[in-house]
Design a protein around this ligand. Structure first.
Ligand code: FAD
Ligand code: FES
Length: 331
C-alpha cells in the first residue's frame, strides 16, 4: 500500500471501513471475520492497525454491558464527552456510544440494549471483532475550574458522566454527583464515583439511597448548595426536566444529546437539533457541534419528536433480529 503526501487530520482521527480497510480472507479456514484489520495513520504518518477487538465484557445490570475495546487511536486521543460510532457487523447500522474511559490502547463503552444494534452488540463476546469504529468524535466537554459543580447521571447516562465528573474533579472543582436508576440493581458504576465530594444515589423505588428520581434529588440539592455549572445526562425526558429546573435558577446545564446519528461527521443531517435562545434560533448538528449543549436552550419538543420518527422500523428490526438469534431476555 502506498500513500503520497502527509495524512490529513481526518485520516488521523477517523478509523473506519471507508477510510482504509484491509480484509484478509483465508477461505479454507473460514477465519475472515477474525482477520479484519483497520489501518490509519498515526501522528507521524505511519500506518497503524486498529483491530477493534473486544478484550473484556462485563454485565453491569440487566441488558447493560461494559466492553473494553482495543483501538489505540481512540484510546490515545479520546477526551471526556467524546463518543465513537460503532458498526457491530458488516451489514449493521452505525450507532453512537460514549467513550466512558481509556487505558493505553483500549477504550471502554457501556451499552444498554434497547434496539437491534445495541442488542447485537451486547451478544458479542471477548475476542469478537467489531466491523468498524469511528472516533473519537464530537467536541470534548469544557473542563475547567468553575467552583461548585453538580453532575447528574440517569440510567446508562451514568457511564457518560463518569469521565466528565472525574476530569472536573481533577481540574479542582467541588463535585456533587447525583446518579439514579429505577432500582438498586440498575444503578451502574456506583463504586466508581467515590472521588466525588458528595455522592447522592437515587432510586425510584427507594431500594437504595434517596427515594425518588434524579430530578427530585436535584431539586433537594439546589435548596442547600449554590452551583456554578451543572451536567445532566440520561434519557431525553430526564435531561429536559433537569434543564427546566436549571432554567428556573439560571444555572448553565450541559446535556449530552442522544440523537439519532448516521455518519457522525456532520454530513447526513440525521442529528440536526434546534437550539433556541431569546436572540436566535439555530440548527445544530449534535455529532459535530455537540454532543453537549446548554439544555436550557435545546428545543426539547422537536428533539424528542425526532427520536420517535423511526419507531415502527426500529421495532420491526428488533423483532426480525430476535427471530434470527432467538430469545434475548437473558441479556
Ligand atoms: P434503535 O432501534 O435505533 O432504537 C430503539 C428504540 O428504543 C428507539 O426508538 C428509542 O427511542 C427507544 N428507546 C430509547 N430509550 C429506550 C429505553 N431506555 N428503553 C427502551 N427503548 C428505548 N447508548 C448507550 O447505551 N451507551 C452510550 O454510551 C451511549 N452514548 C451515546 C452517545 C451519543 C452521542 C448518542 C447520540 C447516543 C448515545 N447512546 C448511548 C444511545 C445509542 O446510540 C442508542 O441507544 C442506539 O443508537 C440505539 O440503536 P438500536 O439499533 O439498538 O436501537
Ligand atoms: Fe450525520 Fe450528525 S450524524 S450530521
Amino acid at each position: 500500500m502506498m500513500f503520497i503526501g502527509r495524512p490529513s487530520r481526518l485520516l488521523k482521527t477517523i478509523s473506519s471501513s471507508f477510510v482504509v480497510k484491509a480484509i484478509y480472507r483465508t477461505e479454507e479456514l473460514q477465519v475472515s471475520r477474525y482477520l479484519m484489520l483497520f489501518y490509519v495513520f498515526d501522528q507521524k504518518g505511519v500506518w497503524m492497525m486498529y483491530p477493534n477487538k473486544i478484550v473484556s465484557k462485563k454485565r453491569l445490570a440487566k441488558s447493560t454491558y461494559e466492553f473494553w475495546i482495543e483501538n489505540a487511536l481512540v484510546g490515545s486521543h479520546a477526551r471526556p464527552g467524546q463518543f465513537v460510532v460503532v458498526r457491530v457487523s458488516e451489514k449493521g447500522e452505525r450507532i453512537p456510544l460514549t467513550i466512558a474511559e481509556t487505558k493505553g490502547d483500549l477504550f471502554r463503552i457501556v451499552v444498554k440494549a434497547i434496539g437491534k444494534s445495541t442488542y447485537e452488540l451486547c451478544t458479542k463476546s471477548v475476542d469478537d471483532i467489531l466491523a468498524d469504529v469511528v472516533g473519537p468524535l464530537g467536541k470534548p466537554s469544557e473542563i475547567k475550574q468553575y467552583g461548585n459543580v453538580l453532575v447528574i447521571g440517569g440510567g446508562v447516562g451514568i457511564a457518560v458522566i463518569l469521565p466528565i465528573a472525574k476530569a472536573l474533579k481533577k481540574a479542582g472543582n467541588n463535585i456533587t454527583v447525583i446518579i439514579g436508576a429505577k432500582t438498586l440493581d440498575e444503578l451502574i458504576l456506583k463504586d466508581e464515583f467515590m472521588f466525588a465530594d458528595k455522592l447522592v444515589m437515587a432510586t425510584d423505588d427507594g431500594s437504595s439511597g434517596y427515594k425518588g428520581t434524579v430530578i427530585d434529588a436535584m431539586k433537594e440539592q439546589i435548596k442547600t448548595q449554590k452551583y456554578d455549572v451543572a451536567w445532566a445526562v440520561g434519557p431525553a425526558i430526564m435531561m429536559k426536566l433537569a434543564s427546566n429546573v436549571a432554567n428556573e435558577i439560571n444555572l448553565p446545564l450541559w446535556v449530552s444529546l442522544n440523537s439519532i446519528m448516521i455518519d457522525g461527521t456532520g454530513m447526513c443531517g440525521g442529528c440536526r437539533t434546534l437550539v433556541k435562545t431569546q436572540e436566535s434560533e439555530e440548527i445544530k448538528y449534535v455529532c459535530v457541534d455537540g454532543p453537549e449543549f446548554d439544555g436550557r436552550y435545546v428545543d426539547w419538543d422537536s428533539f424528542m419528536k425526532r427520536l420517535e420518527q423511526y419507531r415502527e422500523q426500529e421495532r420491526l428490526a428488533l423483532e426480525n433480529f430476535i427471530k434470527q438469534v432467538g430469545d434475548l431476555s437473558w441479556l
